[in-house]
Design a protein around this ligand. Structure first.
Ligand code: MG
Length: 371
């Protein structure tokens, strides 16, 4: 092939690729073109395939014919369906909803970015890159973003002017392991978990030696900024959430990832937020091993909603429990689920980070105002 023919052929090939990319991009809001995904073909957006009211992805724990009323599974009505609202991520986790802007921020950890899904027009774009392999995100009482960073090995706050303040990066003079998830109590204290997942390799962070021997739950004092250990007997503390009255603190242990005899469950503590202490540790809910739960949120009535994944695909999705630990129902998602948050103008839309995609479903409840 001579140079002219080569250039012509190359240009045509390039144009074909460009047209394909534009064409693909034109039918999906985000990520189908060039963005890496676990799937070989783009995953379709919208209601999940096969959805028909009542959506079979919503399963009540009560056996027998579904009634979809308050006597059955109070979380759902008959005309709600699970939708995939964005896709094209390597590993989505750590969603948080910003009511003032009507958007969800969530981490795409291996791609080192935080994404923003705008619920008014379904637009999804990059909010921050690099994100220091951010993982869990939450919002404080002043509407500021709180972020746990794997490669930063720190917890940060994004101020209202966009600048970033380091909230915690050390304990006892040594680096934290890799903060994973956080929650903020009404007094402004930030409570976060610090397992070692983010320093185990170069995919979701930067491989490094563990400086904190234990994988602790910490509290950052809102006035002094002091970082103190709250609980030190977790194998791998992970998702963390408050009950709506702030009298309970829920913390997940995903220690099962380190060994089959380790926990795969949610623990609940009595919380004395003013004293910065917890007590009376109990197992709230056991997960069906080998599945684990990674993240959780509560609704306004105190129910607990948690992710499920990594085990039996039939368990992939979300579980909903009463405040005393009784399983009410499941939301089946066709991917491993990491974390979730309530959003929407009525706070009744559940956003679900499931591996390569962001899913959403309206519920019959409202999320807690203690995200
Ligand atoms: Mg987590």
């Amino acid at each position: 092939m001579n140079r002219r023919a080569f250039l012509t052929t190359t240009a045509a090939a390039t144009m074909a690729v460009s047209i394909k990319a534009v064409s693909a991009a034109s039918v999906t809001p985000f990520g189908q073109t060039g963005a890496p995904t676990a799937a070989t073909a783009p995953l379709p957006l919208g209601p999940l395939p096969g959805s028909r009211y009542p959506d079979s992805h919503l399963e009540s724990a009560k056996k027998g014919p579904p009634t979809f009323g308050p006597a059955d599974f109070p979380a759902f009505a008959g005309t709600m369906a699970v939708e995939r609202v964005a896709t094209g991520f390597r590993w989505a986790e750590g969603p948080v909803y910003f009511p003032a802007g009507r958007y969800v921020l969530f981490s795409d950890i291996p791609n080192n970015r935080i994404m923003r899904f705008s619920e008014d027009d379904g637009h999804c774009s990059v909010y921050r890159q690099p994100s220091m392999n951010s993982n869990g995100n939450t919002i404080d009482r002043e509407g500021r973003l709180i972020t746990c960073e794997h490669s930063g090995r720190r917890v940060t706050r994004t101020e209202l002017d966009g600048s970033i303040t380091v909230i915690a990066d050390k304990y006892n003079g040594k680096k934290l392991n890799s903060p994973n998830d956080a929650v903020v109590t009404s007094d402004g204290a930030i409570w976060f978990t610090d397992p070692a997942y983010g320093i185990g390799g170069f995919y979701e962070g930067i491989k490094a030696d563990q400086e904190q021997e234990k994988h602790n739950v910490y509290r950052v004092d809102p006035k002094s900024g002091d970082v103190k250990v709250v609980v030190d007997d977790f194998v791998e503390p992970n998702g963390i959430a408050l009950s709506p009255d702030e009298k309970k603190l829920y913390v997940i242990d995903t220690g099962f990832t380190d060994g089959p005899d380790n926990p795969s469950h949610i623990r609940v503590f009595d919380l004395d937020a003013a004293a910065g202490k917890v007590s009376n540790s109990k197992v709230f809910a056991e997960m069906p091993k080998p599945s684990i739960t990674d993240g959780l949120r509560t609704d306004r009535d105190g129910r607990v909603w948690c992710s499920v994944g990594w085990g039996d695909p039939n368990e992939d999705g979300v579980r909903c429990y009463t405040a005393d630990g009784k399983l009410l129902g499941k939301i089946h998602i066709p991917e491993t689920v990491a974390n979730l948050c309530f959003g929407g103008q009525q706070r009744n839309r559940l956003y679900i980070c499931g591996s390569s995609s962001l899913y959403a479903v309206y519920t019959g409840v409202q999320g807690s105002m203690k995200p």
